[in-house]
Ligand binder design. Structure first.
Ligand code: ADP
Ligand code: MG
Ligand code: MG
Length: 188
């Protein structure tokens, strides 16, 4: 979570820039606020299991980020944490399975399908590839984010633009790739 917070801090301006093209120019600041709060909450409480860390992080994102990405990423982390249960150590395979449930919860909450130009377009391929390796997950997430460029947005604010959303990389898919990249970096 600390690596994710640092990555968000580093890339916040780029995320907001992407959101200024097809949204309301707040994705970087939304996530910066959220992940700063997550880092602060974890410093204060320091839960004892990976699952409890993710649950607290998800809860914190939901309560501090007003935009669409707050409840979506919050649900991702909370659901993944719940799946991990009380385990004190988590293998890559176990994480991949739990994250799969988390991504499923995001899809249900937001009602988005693959190809709708959302964070799911990076998260879904990443979770699949996590079955092989952390690095494969990072590569798949990056490719998924890049592949949103030619898509027309069908969910979220960018969908209001219709065809004018084509030709821009989705901010949420980009941040999802950033977060998976931070995970891969730490795992390595
Ligand atoms: P807001 O759009 O409320 O300002 P953000 O800018 O923080 O929120 O987040 C926008 C990102 O959220 C989009 O780029 C997209 O990836 C993601 N998103 C929006 N709506 C959905 C949805 N229904 N399902 C999945 N992801 C979504
Ligand atoms: Mg926005
Ligand atoms: Mg907004």
């Amino acid at each position: 979570m600390d690596a994710m917070a640092a990555a968000v801090e580093r890339e916040a301006e780029r995320l907001t820039e992407l959101d200024s093209a097809i949204g309301d120019a707040d994705h970087g600041s939304n996530l910066r606020r959220g992940f700063t709060a997550v880092a602060g909450a974890l410093e204060k409480e320091t839960p004892e299991t990976p699952g409890a860390v993710l649950t607290l992080a998800g809860r914190t994102l939901i309560s501090t980020v007003g935009g669409a990405s707050g409840p979506l990423y919050g649900t991702l982390l909370r659901r993944t944490g719940k799946e991990l249960g009380d385990a004190t150590a988590v293998s890559r395979e176990e994480l991949a399975r739990a994250l799969g449930a988390g991504v499923g919860a995001v899809a249900r909450l937001g009602g988005a399908q693959p190809g709708d130009k959302t964070m799911l377009d990076a998260l879904l391929p990443a979770v699949d590839a996590l079955g092989s390796s952390f690095d494969a997950a990072r590569v798949a997430a990056d490719a998924g984010a890049l592949a949103t460029v030619p898509l027309q947005a069908r969910k979220g604010r960018a969908s209001y633009l219709g065809e004018r959303s084509i030709g821009h990389q989705d901010p949420g898919a980009t941040s999802a790739a950033l977060l998976i990249g931070a995970l891969a970096e730490v795992a390595a």
